[in-house]
Ligand binder design. Structure first.
Ligand SMILES: CC(=O)SCCNC(=O)CCNC(=O)[C@H](O)C(C)(C)COP(=O)(O)OP(=O)(O)OC[C@H]1O[C@@H](n2cnc3c(N)ncnc32)[C@H](O)[C@@H]1OP(=O)(O)O
Ligand SMILES: N[C@@H](CCO)C(=O)O
Length: 488
């Protein structure tokens, strides 16, 4: 552990009080969500980032569980000073619905039968997983996430969030993923499921009260899947045609090659950490994933509002760059603010779990943005509503101003007066500020992004916005000149 880590963490549990109505039409009662958080939620509840995990991940994304030898699975990007900085953001990661790491899944006890669900667990979708995450986010009283981020199946959840809850996030990053599962992706998952079904110990999903689990089937499913997470190049670099613990080939069916031993190891370690029935339900959810509407991703993305980053990996043949480009094209067609980055890596699909430098760089560039607070002028003149026009004109001349916020005695914004309004007063022969000021004044908040308010100013053709707090008290002003200076 070092100072860049969030340190010792614990998984927490949230019980959802209402039933979850699933896409299949079935309902799930008494759903529990396992989650972890890193950092502090700020007063405005505006700094939360939701991390969505991939197929076999869990809520433990960062830090260390007491006694563990390895940190959480995305330790490389989460922690003090990293792109997902726990000193700046409140980071939440939860285990998905259907999982086996604390959130309700097939190995949980059904409240109806008092026994493990097994294959009586309802078929779930990525949308159902996101519904459960939304319940967790609501329980914190968070009305908008600063960002939702995830890779692979986590990226599918990100895309689902963008479509199902378009106003619930400011930004979204979807990595090594697709808007709909391709036939090849479905094919690999179905072979994995068949491997489990063909293990007699699977016993139609009823193995929880026996001491035998379908380890052969599950480990075979993982070995097949794991090949798709690597690239030919990375296998060649890691193993070549190297032999495992021998100098000569053995002319039998024992393990000869390092790659055989490696895959065996991946299969064996997987069965110690994952439930076979969860594997069935989660891979099925991935297969069913399809965000297109009328067979078109352009139609599917028509309501997206967040600012989006799509990331692919150049050697990922499971979720190839072309699928990411399909997302970018569909988002662009909807005028969504979307950008794209391709990670250069020989790791293949799993690069999103390994490429520390590139991920930190892309994330921090995308997440860091200037907010109004960084730029606004704080030392500003204000004027009371009952002031006369001469007083406003003198103030403008003395302080070289073109805009003065009009405020109540306790400094709450009620209007704005501009040099143009003063010229108007001569033409209309008005003496009182309240007759000429703009009463329906547009304003912004200190934590609004510069991009957002620049758009607002362009839309309403205004050159200056008062900045107010939650009680409408004036904190400062921001002008188009400042924004132009920043951009130049
Ligand atoms: C995304 C989420 O949400 S979390 C889920 C992600 N986690 C996983 O998928 C866990 C399993 N996957 C892996 O380990 C993945 O390969 C990664 C991406 C996480 C790690 O990749 P890398 O650091 O490149 O590790 P690599 O693929 O080389 O595997 C290392 C393991 O293989 C073992 N290994 C390496 N060579 C051999 C060999 N010739 N024979 C047997 N075992 C071998 C290592 O001892 C090590 O074992 P350990 O993990 O039990 O300590
Ligand atoms: N290897 C990762 C990524 C799969 O997409 C996992 O098992 O979750």
């Amino acid at each position: 552990m070092n100072k860049e880590s969030v340190g010792i963490v614990e998984t927490e549990y949230h019980d959802i009080s209402n039933p979850i109505i699933l896409d299949s039409g079935e309902t799930l009662d008494e759903v529990t969500v396992a989650y972890e958080t890193y950092g502090e939620l700020n007063k405005e509840k505006s700094n939360a980032i939701l991390i969505c995990h991939a197929l076999t991940g869990d809520a433990h994304a960062a830090g260390w569980h007491e006694g563990d030898k390895k940190p959480g699975w995305w330790e490389m990007v989460i922690g003090p000073g990293k792109a997902l900085d726990s000193e700046k953001y409140f980071i939440i990661c939860s285990n998905v619905l259907g999982g086996c790491k604390g959130t309700t899944g097939p190995s949980s006890i059904s409240p109806k039968t008092g026994k493990e669900y097994g294959v009586d667990f309802p078929v779930i979708t990525i949308n159902d997983m996101v519904k459960v995450q939304k319940e967790l986010i609501d329980s914190f009283g968070i009305s908008q996430l600063a960002a939702v981020i995830g890779g692979s199946m986590g990226g599918m959840q990100v895309l689902e969030w963008m479509v199902s809850y378009p106003r619930m996030m400011k930004k979204a990053i979807a990595i090594a993923t697709a808007g709909r599962s391709s036939p090849q992706q479905i094919a690999f998952n179905t072979v994995g499921r068949q491997a489990i079904f063909s293990d007699s110990k699977w016993n139609n999903g009823n193995y929880y009260d026996t001491c035998e689990i379908p380890s052969n089937g599950l480990s075979l499913a993982r070995m097949i899947a794991h090949i798709t997470y690597l690239s030919d190049e990375s296998m060649d670099i890691k193993f070549g045609r190297g032999l495992q613990d021998k100098d000569e080939i053995s002319y039998d069916f024992s393990v000869d090659f390092q790659v055989e031993s490696y895959l065996k190891h991946q299969g064996e370690t997987f069965v110690k950490r994952f439930d076979a029935n969860s594997y069935l339900f989660i891979t099925k959810a991935v297969d069913l994933f399809d965000l297109s509407a009328n067979d078109s991703l352009i139609d599917g993305f028509k309501n997206v509002e967040a600012k989006i980053k799509i990331i692919s990996v150049d050697t990922d043949w499971l979720y190839p760059t072309e699928q990411s480009m399909e997302l970018v094209t569909a988002l662009n067609a909807n005028d969504v603010d979307v950008s794209f980055s391709e990670i250069k890596s020989n790791y293949g699909h799993d690069a999103f779990l390994l490429e520390r430098g590139q991920l930190n760089y892309i994330f921090s560039n995308f997440l860091s943005e200037n907010v109004v607070d960084d730029l606004m002028i704080e030392d500003i003149a204000t004027i009371r509503e009952n002031a006369d026009i001469v007083e406003a004109a003198k103030l403008m001349l003395d302080k070289h101003l073109t805009h003065i916020p009009v405020v109540t005695d306790d400094c709450k914004l009620i209007g704005i007066v501009t040099s143009w309004d003063l010229s108007k007063s001569i033409a209309t022969n008005s003496n009182h500020l309240k007759d000429i000021m703009t009463k329906k004044v547009k304003y912004c908040h200190a934590n609004d992004s510069i991009e957002e308010i620049a758009r607002k100013m362009r839309k309403f053709d205004i050159s200056c916005l008062p900045v107010v707090d939650e009680e409408m008290k004036v904190l400062g002003l921001i002008t188009t000149d400042q924004i132009s200076n920043l951009l130049s």
